[in-house]
Write a protein that binds this ligand. Structure first.
Ligand code: SF4
Ligand code: SF4
Length: 167
């Protein structure tokens, strides 16, 4: 996996390919795990040596990934884990993946370093747009810092599916 500093990204928009929900194990915090267990049962989760995870199907996909009208949707919107909300971005306090000048993102008087996992199909490379810089990334940073829970710019717009899909 390759992490790209945000200054090389023009924009991001989830294209509902579902790749991220098949390629990775989602690590859960204890409170996230508890919410899922209470709402859906313990069999929707898995545990490792010292970590809790979302359960995956035999094909590797998350048990909450659904296929509707040929797009992949998350069936866990109201208790979606933070790791899923932040995907494909990493908001770090240090430039762990290099390119500090290209990754630095100022927020609230502090400096953060933001990278995207290049596996995501929704990344468009180039000069960052104003909207991406000031709205999309800001929302990702606020979610990472725990200052925001709800998603607006950091999730796919599935309004067009509302008549067909209920969550
Ligand atoms: S976040 Fe990226 S990889 Fe995941 S479904 Fe959306 S476009 Fe695909
Ligand atoms: S909880 Fe939703 S977003 Fe997260 S891996 Fe599962 S289907 Fe994907």
């Amino acid at each position: 996996m390759l992490f790209v500093p945000w200054r090389y990204i023009a924009d991001w928009k989830c294209v509902l390919c579902g790749k991220c929900c098949k390629s990775y194990s989602v690590v859960l915090s204890f409170s996230e795990w508890l919410k899922i267990v209470k709402n859906y049962g313990v069999d929707k989760t898995a545990s490792g040596v010292d970590k809790l995870f979302m359960k995956r199907r035999s094909d590797g996909s998350c048990v909450f990934l659904y296929n509707a009208s040929n797009v992949r949707l998350c069936g866990l919107q109201h208790v979606k884990p933070k790791a899923c909300k932040l995907w494909p971005f990493r908001v770090l306090s240090e430039p762990k993946f290099g390119y500090a000048n290209e990754a630095v993102y100022p927020y609230g008087g502090n400096k953060f370093f933001v990278y995207a996992d290049s596996v995501c199909s929704g990344l468009r490379y180039g000069e960052p747009t104003w909207e991406f810089t000031n709205y999309v990334l800001k929302e990702f940073v606020e979610i990472a810092l725990g200052r925001r829970n709800g998603q607006s710019k950091t999730t796919a717009n599935i309004g067009f599916l509302r008549p067909y899909v209920r969550f």
